[in-house]
Design a binder for this molecule. Sequence first.
Ligand code: ZN
Length: 387
Amino acid sequence: MRKLSFLLLITLFSISCKTQKIAKTPSTTTPIDTVQIAPPKAGTVIIEVQDSVDIFAHRLLKDTIVITAVGDMMLGTNYPNNSYLPPNEGKDQLAEVDSLLTDGDILFGNLEGVILNEGGIHKNCKNPKTCYIFRSPEYMLARIKEAGFNVMSVANNHAGDFGTTGRNNTSRMLDSLQINYAGNANQAYTTFWLDGMHYGFAAFAPNVGTPSINNLDSAKRTVQHLDSLVDVVIVSFHGGAEGSKYTHVTKKREYFYGENRGNVYQFSHAMIDAGADVILGHGPHVPRAVEVYDKRFIAYSLGNFCTYGRFNLSGSNGLAPIIRININSQGEFINGKLIAAKQIGRGIPTPDPSNKVIKLIKKLSEEDLPENEISIDESGNIFYLHK
Ligand SMILES: [Zn+2]
């Protein structure tokens, strides 16, 4: 059959290339100007028509993607009452660390709670004073958006604090602010385009109403599916036991108050084997080790980042690491940086010149994962050892 081909050239700023089938039609007369090309901001797009049937786009991808990640975020709760809300509608909450969060492609955090102004049926709670359930007013999500967060996990033990009403309103608000999210029954994963790159994001937890960290087969299928669709797959989990006694990656299944909180080591490695490129863990409320396995980065726990009013912030619970990594368009780790921050007052993240969290994550990474493919220096730089 007669073959047609031609090129459409757009600005070039990278060297990698991905071939993607973008349309298929039995017609032999498909006019090329009717074909919708996926967001083409990054790199060259070459359209090739073969037999006027299969149309392929070759995209030249970004050579470096910057991912910045933090842990749990709960900027204030109006339940049980407004005394757990910060002053000034939270406008000063992230001011001290704002400049440390900018300039990346992806800014990730775990949305630990519900976005809802009022109402909803809260979880069983005998004494509201000692019952930790979180309902953040809608303006709090605007604060998160203003800080630049564009990917969030809703797979955690507080996303269901106010039932279906809470979950639905949280999703509605995330959608309305165009923050990409995943981790509930309606949205186990999501895909999105950013600056010419196609990303997939999935989030897991041991909690009801979230994709389970304990169902490895199902999680693998999700990741394999995403890997078949996108350039870079990011996986988040909320897992592992909680608190300062649980900073270590045990490589075993962890239980906390009788709940199976997953084997985060096995889970992370299995997800990378299935096609994930970056694993962002949280849940223990304290930082844990970081690792590069099969050229892919894992943070086993990002700890608390901005957790206002109702969280224990003593010792390692108050450390608020910001992790910034560079990966290539295949998702392979290039290098990274641990940035030291801590929470002060009732839960305000601020830079920490004493670098406590860098020392802790360096120590934990060396102790727990001696086979690691990275080394960390005193300033928090993460070097790939190319084993
Ligand atoms: Zn949690």
